[in-house]
Design a binder for this molecule. Structure first.
Ligand code: ASP
Length: 335
């Protein structure tokens, strides 16, 4: 005779076992966020203690906000957008408020975001009035059929999406205006000012999804209409769950020509490089050989991170599951 209670019990036991396995797997899933606030000629001798503390505090604030989202089971996309928004709102960085200026003395902003789960991406370029460009990039990804939108068209779309608008003056800090004035006067000064401050984030969430986001004002004194690497998917921003998430900072033209972020992912995908090997190969070797300067922050599907750069400093930090937030600025600190 068939024992009914056995038949009933088995599926229940099986379900309980399955649940236990799933709980165990998700408890083990590592997660974390890595961010940057730009690479360039950043020397301790040129830095005051207050300024150094201000950078470290803001990086920490962005890391903690992103990490809290991940810890509470939120998505890597939300984490990177949130971290980048915090840095866009800070006048310390060359993104959102505090962006560098074009040769015409206005702020023109670029940003991109990418979801490693499905390779969806959104990018905007030449934005003058949207307070948080990274959020507009995300809307392009999620609410439009496109990947990249520029200038007036992108802003019109932003209006439809009801994002926050500001006057262009909002982005221009006193410090950036003064360096713009100096840049006009002296070619040497202009070269010095072509530097750091772009912001970016890459994260891995508890579901194993990777995402990357980058936002910038571009290069000081850039030509009206110039677009850098940041909004070009595969150059300054890239994420793929099969490999890694990358956000770059540096002299954009070189990053575009090398397809830096995608190259790192491809070395992992097709040549089985580790994240650290791939990131070093591209940033230290290939970028260096071409004469480009800058760096990347990156995280892979196993929560390994790499943050190589070939300049004297890069504002950067990471916060990984069960760890503490760590921020660094100069070259001599271990990368
Ligand atoms: N990569 C940015 C650009 O070329 C600038 C930077 O990262 O500082 O637009």
């Amino acid at each position: 005779m068939i024992n009914e209670s056995k038949i009933l019990k088995r599926p229940i036991l099986f379900l309980i076992l399955l649940l236990l396995i799933i709980t165990e797997i998700s408890a083990q899933q590592k997660y974390g966020i890595v961010i940057h606030g730009g690479a360039g000629t950043i020397l301790k001798k040129n830095m005051t203690e207050e300024r150094e503390a201000a950078y470290n505090d803001k990086l920490k604030e962005a890391l903690e906000a992103g990490y809290n989202i991940l810890e509470n089971g939120g998505t890597s996309l939300d984490a990177v957008e949130t971290a980048v928004r915090i840095m866009e709102d800070s006048p310390l960085f060359n993104a959102g408020k505090g962006a560098v200026l074009t040769e015409k003395g206005v702020a023109e902003l670029d940003a991109a975001i990418m979801d490693g789960k499905n390779l969806m991406a959104g990018a905007i370029a030449g934005i003058r009035h949207v307070k948080n460009p990274i959020s507009l990039a995300r809307l392009v990804m999620e609410k439009s059929p496109h990947v990249m939108m520029i200038g007036e068209g992108a802003e019109e779309f932003g209006k439809e999406m009801k994002v926050e608008f500001v006057e262009n003056e909002y982005f221009i800090t006193k410090e950036r205006w003064e360096s713009y004035q100096r840049a006009i006067q002296r070619e040497e000064e202009r070269k010095k000012q072509e530097k750091s401050g772009t912001v970016g984030a890459a994260a891995l969430d508890k579901n194993g999804n990777l995402a990357a986001a980058t936002s910038t004002g571009g290069m000081m004194m850039k030509k009206f209409g110039r677009v850098g690497d940041v909004p070009i998917i595969g150059a300054g921003t890239y994420a793929n769950n099969k490999t890694c998430a990358v956000s770059a900072t540096g002299h954009g033209e070189y990053f575009i020509r090398l397809g830096v972020a995608r190259d790192i992912s491809d070395l992992m995908m097709y040549k089985n490089y580790s994240l650290s090997e791939a990131a070093k190969e591209v940033v230290i070797k290939k970028l260096g050989e071409l004469g480009g300067t800058g760096g990347v922050i990156s995280i892979d599907k196993d929560c390994n991170i790499a943050m190589p750069f070939n300049t004297s400093g890069m504002y950067r930090g990471y916060y990984l599951s069960d760890g503490k937030p760590v921020t660094k600025i100069y070259e001599d600190e271990s990368k």
